[in-house]
Write a protein that binds this ligand. Structure first.
Ligand code: ASP
Ligand code: MG
Length: 406
């Protein structure tokens, strides 16, 4: 379609588009590049918190709205932003046109709320517009079924649209402009000494994205990985270079970053002693539970006290809890209770896989000041710890200091 590097796919998120002033700034920035001879394809999200507001509106109408209707509504957010962005570009002298899902034929399956893009059926029309010197402004996050219903790809899904479009346009780079100027060793709002991480590999970014760093959508990372596309995450407010996610990463920095997920809940089932139909030790049967609830993020089991801890996302409580109740009833547990929601801290870096001795080096300083994580889950490039809310900030700071010293 195009040679690599011939067009640039640039995605602007909701915060970059929150006000008319910001949209005009984006337009100026694009105009500058167009005047310098670049060909640009824009993908944009809904303005500011529009999607949250639309979903909140629906929640006031019904607790159980038809998913199709939720998507017809949610898709309007991006329809607003592409129209005004195309008009802003026109105002600053750039030939531009908006493309929503039906215009571009962004075909998806009909899984409302988490649809999968299967094709951009009218990509040829977009390409022609680019060749004529135009800047297409594509609505992120949305698609359309073969019946013509709007779908959405899941929250934060404009990233997916951008990477899929870069791929189908034959590109090896996709730029994501956001309000953060890259990926840091920790959230700079929490840890002021955090430093920028210039290069991450796909696995590192995927682990961070899944464990609390919301910078990129995991599915966009998966698409990028399959197609060998680099994603440059950079600020829409400054010209600075950001962080590049790609196949190579940076093996000199063993540990890249720490992410905190505060949206997990923990339930403890106490006094799980005997499985009625077996003499097996409790540890064995908890590991071999007859069901494997995918909603459970992790679990730990203390075979001596019979205490099982299960962590899951707050948003998945309805899926995660029934299995726990079933287990508690079947084994006559003494008590089921919500532990206070913990802070789940994940430390990510290629070095954790290559040098497992880093794990005790990261943990020792915590233990030395009396912080004993409830959970230590080391898998591949990720080490996840759950600590109680009270000790969380101290733990984060100490872990970050250790990371910088490695
Ligand atoms: N506007 C959508 C959302 O807020 C998609 C996106 O921002 O990428 O989830
Ligand atoms: Mg948004």
């Amino acid at each position: 379609m195009f040679q690599p590097g011939e067009v640039q796919v640039q995605k602007f998120g909701g915060s970059s588009m929150a006000t008319p002033e910001r949209i005009l700034k984006v337009a100026e920035r694009v105009a500058e590049q167009v005047r310098a001879g670049r060909r640009i394809v824009l993908v944009v999200s809904a303005m500011g918190d529009t999607t949250d507001e639309l979903l909140a509106l629906m929640a006031r109408i019904s607790h159980d709205p038809p998913l199709r209707e939720v998507d017809q509504l949610a898709a309007t957010g991006e329809i607003v932003s592409v129209s005004v962005t195309a008009a802003a570009l026109t105002r600053v002298g750039v030939k531009a046109k908006s493309f929503i899902a039906p215009t571009l034929g962004i075909r998806t399956d009909d899984r409302f709320g988490s649809a999968e893009i299967t094709a951009f059926e009218r990509l040829g029309e977009l390409a022609t517009f680019v060749r004529e010197g135009g800047v297409p402004v594509v609505a992120g996050y949305q698609g359309v079924t073969p019946h013509g219903d709007f779908t959405t790809l899941g929250r934060g899904g404009s990233d997916i649209t951008a990477v899929a479009l870069a791929r189908d346009l034959g590109q090896k780079l996709c730029e994501k402009f956001t309000d953060e100027d890259g990926v840091y060793s920790a959230d700079p709002r929490l840890v002021p000494t955090a430093r920028k991480v210039w290069h991450l590999d796909y696995r590192e970014m995927d682990a961070l994205a899944r464990y609390g760093n919301g910078i990129l959508h995991p599915r966009a990372i998966a698409y990028a990985r399959e197609a060998g596309i680099r994603i440059h995450v950079r600020s829409s407010f400054t010209r600075e270079e950001g962080s590049v996610v790609g196949p190579d990463g940076d093996s000199r920095h063993l540990v890249k970053s720490l992410a905190v997920d505060r949206k997990q809940a923990v339930v403890t089932v106490e006094g799980l002693r005997h499985r009625p139909d077996t003499s097996e030790a409790p540890t064995a049967w908890v590991v071999a539970l007859p069901f494997s609830p995918t909603a459970w993020e992790w679990r730990t089991f203390d075979g001596i006290t019979g205490s099982l801890r299960v962590g899951f996302r707050l948003g998945e409580a309805f899926q995660a809890l029934p299995a726990l109740w079933e287990l508690a009833a079947e084994h006559q547990a003494e008590e089921v209770r919500f532990a206070s929601t913990p802070a789940v801290i994940s430390i990510v870096g290629c070095g954790l896989e290559a040098n497992p001795e880093l794990v005790p080096r990261l943990l020792r300083p915590l233990q030395a000041i009396g912080i004993h994580p409830w959970l230590v889950d080391h898998r591949g490039v990720r080490l996840t710890l759950a600590v109680s809310r009270d000790g969380a900030n101290e733990a984060i700071e100490l872990l970050h200091r250790t990371i910088l010293s490695l």
